[in-house]
Design a protein around this ligand. Structure first.
Ligand code: FE2
Ligand code: FE2
Length: 289
């Protein structure tokens, strides 16, 4: 890949712009949102979300995923206590409106506090709290389209149920007969553990946490952006029966991620002792990134 321009690295003013787009695609059932609550773009060419997906769908190849795994799954970038890592993530700020939007830590605490308020087990609360930590990839110089975006399998045909499917025409795997058939390198219901997903914050955090959290939590973390499956059932031919069972937890988690945003920011200092205890209960003292 040639060197990317600044615009190709960061087409979005912040990662939240992608999350807002997901929310406009999958609005909370029963809650009618006024159109003007979403960002509206008059000109398709001028729409940063569209440009984001063009880049994402062009460059998320099987080869990209293997290369990113070879690099980032060495966890040789940084090591720090978990809470410090959450604060490190929080240095990712929305340059477009730093005062208005919630920062990363606030989004995470709103998600986890909503889970806690509903009386779910503490590992579920912890999962809500850390689920986006993988976005630190941006702080390691990764382009936005290698960090966020709806995730999907690579190594087989791209589903037309994925948002902006037309942009896959520019993906080299689309013309590669190893990867462009229904099953590609996989077999019928081979199970997601055998499937490479597009690279991003979900897959990265899964590998960081896989030895420490219950399997239900790991499914939530690993597949929380896999909308073409949990909303559209586009890859039933790759999931096995166990995946289908576990996706009930992904479905349980998703509304907390999407619909827990409230304008009232949580008070971080009041919540910190509870979350420090929760981290100590399940996770090692430091996280290797
Ligand atoms: Fe996320
Ligand atoms: Fe999230």
């Amino acid at each position: 890949m040639e060197k990317l321009t600044e615009k190709e690295m960061s087409p979005l003013s912040s990662l939240d712009v992608w999350e807002d787009d997901v929310l406009s695609r999958y609005p909370e059932p029963g809650i009618a949102k006024a159109k003007d609550e979403f960002r509206v773009y008059n000109d398709a060419e001028d729409n940063p979300v569209r440009e984001f997906y063009r880049l994402n769908h062009t460059y998320q190849t099987y080869g990209n995923v293997l290369a990113k795994k070879a690099n980032f799954l060495q966890f040789d970038k940084k090591e720090m206590p978990w809470w410090s890592a959450m604060e490190y993530l929080n240095t990712l700020v929305d340059e477009s409106d730093p005062d208005i939007s919630l920062d990363q830590l606030q989004h995470l605490l709103q998600t986890s506090e909503a889970i806690r308020a509903d009386g779910h087990p503490d590992w579920f609360v912890l999962t809500g709290f850390i689920h986006d930590l993988g976005k630190v990839l941006c702080l390691f110089g990764e382009p936005q389209w290698n960090v966020v975006g709806d995730s999907f399998p690579v190594g087989c045909k791209f589903s037309d149920k994925i948002v902006y499917p037309e942009f896959f025409a520019a993906n080299p795997d689309n013309d590669d007969e190893r990867y462009n058939t229904k099953y590609g390198v996989y077999t019928h219901q081979c199970g997601l553990d055998n499937v490479h997903m597009s690279w991003g914050h979900d897959e990265y955090l899964y590998h960081i946490t896989k030895d420490y959290l219950p399997e239900e939590a790991l499914y939530m973390i690993r597949y929380h952006s896999f909308y073409s499956q949990h909303r559209e059932k586009a890859y039933d031919h790759l999931l096995n029966a166990h995946d289908q069972e576990m996706f009930k937890w992904v479905d349980k988690f998703n509304p907390y991620d999407l619909y827990s945003k409230s304008p009232k920011p949580p008070v971080v200092s009041e919540l910190k002792p509870y979350y420090e205890d929760l981290i100590a209960k399940y996770l090692p003292a430091t996280v290797k990134l």
